[in-house]
Design a protein around this ligand. Structure first.
Ligand SMILES: [Fe+2]
Length: 324
């Protein structure tokens, strides 16, 4: 079971504990005070790699930490979960998201990279026991990162909805996430407290949705875009989603939740949104990239997609995504 807090009172749980604090460099700007001693681990990048995680496991073991606190975006939280996974230790995780995107605080899996390939770790014990949703932490996030994380949440809500594993409960979470994103996007992009609070909640709902269903083709197709072009996760997923949706058609119920009459209108809305937010395909595309990308797609991931694109379809989708 997970417990959610909306302030830092949850830090009382850290008294007499020796937490491993998994955070990025932005942490210092938050002036967060821990009640006791914490062992800091920040030696990981925005798309964390296996080697970084193993270094974190070493730090955890050497210092005999008995708690993991992750403060940051999806990278920090996924690194924290992966450290727990590979340490094989049973210790609680407290997740404090500082971006409103991945919803990683609400899922039982994590994504890291090994040799440029996506590596998933999963297990019920990876769902953080404690979550702090504190919108103040979003205030220092750069605008581009805010756009990318919001788009990740929106894509997760949509993909979860059309996933083969969607349930009544997961669709309820998707709907709520979409409602909050559309209703508070402007305020959030203006960096207002209300918009930030609602977007943090939206991301959490989208996380709860994919915790049930996992993600689908746009996410599966995004991972190599991220490692090849160093695109932030949300950016990479968002440029895939409208192309995949157009190939699949249908899902007018999702279009209605987006305030549109049918999927064509919803896809146009999504593409216009990307234009407006200046989220574009990468520029530095090589001739053989389409083949590299096509080879990268994990068919396992696609079994969850409502339609099974074959290799030729994936190739042509990548061409459309990259505009080549
Ligand atoms: Fe995502």
């Amino acid at each position: 079971m997970q417990q959610t807090f909306y302030d830092f009172s949850a830090f009382d749980l850290l008294k007499d504990k020796k937490p491993l604090l998994v955070c990025d460099r932005v942490f210092d700007s938050f002036e967060i005070e821990f009640p006791g001693e914490a062992v800091r681990f920040s030696a990981f990048t925005s798309n964390p790699i296996y080697e970084d995680v193993m270094a974190g496991v070493e730090v955890l073991r050497e210092n005999e930490c008995d708690f993991i606190v992750a403060v940051g975006g999806g990278s920090s939280i996924d690194t924290a979960k992966s450290i727990k996974y590979y340490s094989r230790l049973d210790l609680p995780i407290m997740a404090v998201p500082t971006t409103s995107g991945t919803g990683s605080e609400a899922t039982h899996f994590a994504v890291i990279y090994r040799d440029g390939k996506k590596l998933s770790v999963a297990g019920d014990h990876l769902l953080p026991e404690y979550v702090i949703l504190q919108a103040e932490l979003l205030k220092t996030l750069p605008l581009y990162q805010k756009k990318c994380t919001m788009l990740d949440a929106l894509c997760q809500a949509i993909e979860s909805w059309w996933s083969k594993r969607a349930s009544e409960e997961s669709i309820r979470y998707s709907k709520e996430a979409i409602r909050l994103i559309l209703g508070h996007m402007e305020s959030y992009l203006r960096n207002e407290a209300e918009g930030n609070a609602k977007m943090l909640l939206a991301a959490n709902f989208a996380g709860k949705a994919i915790n049930i269903t996992t993600t689908t083709a746009p996410h599966a197709m995004s991972y190599k875009l991220t490692s090849l072009y160093r695109l932030p996760h949300g950016h990479a997923v968002a440029i895939c989603l409208p192309k995949v949706w157009r190939y699949m058609g249908n899902f007018d119920d999702i279009a209605h939740a987006l305030g549109k009459r049918n999927h064509e209108e919803a896809i146009s809305f999504f593409e216009d949104l990307l234009q407006k937010l200046e989220i574009r395909p990468p520029q530095d595309v090589n001739a053989d990239d389409v083949e590299v990308l096509t080879d990268s797609v994990d068919p396992e991931r696609l079994s969850n997609n409502p339609m099974q694109p074959d290799r030729e379809t994936i190739r042509s989708l990548y061409k459309e995504i990259l505009g080549v």
